[in-house]
Design a protein around this ligand. Structure first.
Ligand code: IDP
Ligand code: MG
Length: 140
């Protein structure tokens, strides 16, 4: 099987709570290689563009406000079946429903402030990685 990449975001709630280091440890212990990583603060326009797929959902405005409320860390993670594997490691969108030993169970607060984002398909992973990173920034 070949290595694939996915886009992860450590969201403002987790950065604010200083869970950044713990999340990196957790990811490396699960076997992910972090091939790129940066801390940044999204503008409203950038957050709206990133979550464009959700623009008709009732939680869109709150989601955008949350994602621009503080610093985030964007990461490119590499593993076999990276997209599916990271969805498993993150756990359910709602931390209350997430399995034990998942990032959202450990570090999420509620269905909005759920600590991390992960791409949901290889196609979206490619788009989301290029939203944040240039090819030059990815370790091969
Ligand atoms: P995912 O992050 O597990 O892929 P999505 O359905 O793609 O979940 O939703 C994107 C993000 O929008 C979630 O991670 C969460 O922060 C927020 N969100 C999803 N559903 C709700 C909701 O019902 N209320 C408030 N925020 C939500
Ligand atoms: Mg999603």
């Amino acid at each position: 099987m070949s290595l694939k990449k996915t886009l992860s975001i450590i969201k403002p709630d987790a950065i604010e709570s200083k869970y950044h280091g713990k999340i990196i440890d957790f990811l490396e212990n699960k076997g992910f290689k972090i091939v790129a990583q940066k801390k940044l603060k999204l503008s409203k326009v950038q957050a709206e563009a990133f979550y464009d797929i959700h623009k008709e959902r009732p939680f869109f405005k709150d989601l955008v406000d949350f994602m621009i409320s503080g610093e985030i860390v964007a990461q490119v993670l590499e593993a076999e079946n990276a997209v599916l594997f990271y969805r498993e490691v993150m756990g359910d969108t709602n931390p209350e429903k997430a399995e034990n030993d998942t990032l959202r169970k450990l570090y999420g607060t509620n269905i909005q402030c759920n600590a991390v984002h992960g791409s949901d398909s290889d196609e979206n992973a490619t788009k989301e990685i290029s939203f944040f990173f240039s090819n030059l920034e990815l370790i091969n």
